[in-house]
Design a protein around this ligand. Structure first.
Ligand SMILES: NC(=O)c1ccc[n+]([C@@H]2O[C@H](COP(=O)([O-])OP(=O)(O)OC[C@H]3O[C@@H](n4cnc5c(N)ncnc54)[C@H](O)[C@@H]3O)[C@@H](O)[C@H]2O)c1
Length: 276
């Protein structure tokens, strides 16, 4: 059955591919992104696919804007079935060198952005007797990664927040789920990778980390493959709380749970080639 699905950050990457897949199967897409050119070109693509979609340019930190968007969506479609909180930005820096104002912005976009879109639509989901809230988390929402302390903090926060609100909304028929990719072939990582300045005691290890990340991305799922998996979670009647994209990601999460910390640290440090 065709559904109405809200997606944040759908001008590029996984959000864009998910929107196209859903539109192809007859669903209506309502979403926004800061990238105006990306929104305009997606609007044209969705028009060519067919259906009735509502796309707008907006920053996820615009909280009055989110409420206005929510009202427009509900007025147009009457109800929303699924909300996919997809906006997320990366953050790469040795912790000692993190600019805290930039860190705060990242947490606002990644965590409060997710809270804002979920909060906006919960009343209508509750009143209609159910729906789904799905958040893009990450492998680093379970396994902390060095040089990504702020991004890790944001995804741990999303995991905790979503797991906590799960039991609050369950009696209203609202199901929640997290999607936890390790790496997906989008422009996401390239946007944030940068070397610490000359003379930084972290520069050499950070360079090896970036090189390894760039090598790993070559074998990561494509954006289209990831979108297919996300759509399966969105369309599942009873999605699991935790959803990974590849066997390697699930394997890492499993060993992260059961191995002693010293062994886990060794695996991570060797895997990311950041041994001193
Ligand atoms: N790509 C990966 O390797 C990977 C891995 C794990 C988790 N994730 C998560 O998946 C989600 C999507 O990632 P992606 O790789 O498709 O990213 P992407 O960078 O390709 O796309 C993200 C979209 O969000 C938009 N956006 C960014 N800041 C915004 C803001 N303030 N307001 C509104 N829109 C904004 C961007 O313009 C872009 O269109 C993110 O939450 C990310 O943390 C990605």
């Amino acid at each position: 059955m065709a559904q109405t699905i809200v997606i944040t950050g759908l001008a590029d990457g996984m959000g864009r591919d998910v929107a196209k897949l859903l539109a192809q199967s007859g669903d209506s897409i309502a979403g926004f992104d800061v990238d105006e050119a990306g929104i305009n070109s997606l609007r044209e693509e969705l028009k060519a696919i067919g259906g009735d979609h509502l796309l707008t340019t907006m920053d996820i930190t615009d909280r009055p804007g989110i409420l206005k968007f929510r009202d427009q969506v509900l007025q147009k479609y009457g109800k929303v079935d699924i909300v996919l909180s997809n906006v997320g930005i990366g953050f790469f820096d040795p912790f000692e060198e993190v600019n805290l104002e930039k860190a705060l912005k990242c947490l606002e976009i990644n965590v409060i952005g997710c809270a804002a879109i979920f909060q906006a639509f919960i009343p209508s989901l509750r009143k209609q007797g159910g729906g789904k809230l799905i958040a893009m988390s990450s492998l680093v929402g379970q396994i902390p990664f060095p040089f990504e302390s702020i991004y890790t903090a944001s995804k741990f926060a999303i995991e905790g927040m979503v797991d906590a609100l799960r039991l609050e909304v369950a009696p209203f028929g609202i199901r929640v789920a997290l999607i936890e990719p390790a790496q997906v072939c989008t422009k996401f990582a390239a946007k944030i990778h940068h070397l610490p300045p000359e003379g930084s005691p972290y520069r050499e290890r950070a360079k090896r980390f970036i090189d390894k990340d760039n090598e790993l991305i070559k074998t990561a799922p494509s954006c289209g493959q990831a979108a297919n998996i996300i759509v399966k979670v969105l369309k599942s009647d009873k999605p699991s709380l935790h959803n990974q994209m590849a066997f390697r990601d699930s394997f890492f999460m499993l060993i992260n749970k059961w191995l002693p910390m010293s062994v886990r640290d060794n695996i991570l440090v060797n895997f990311m080639d950041i041994k001193v």
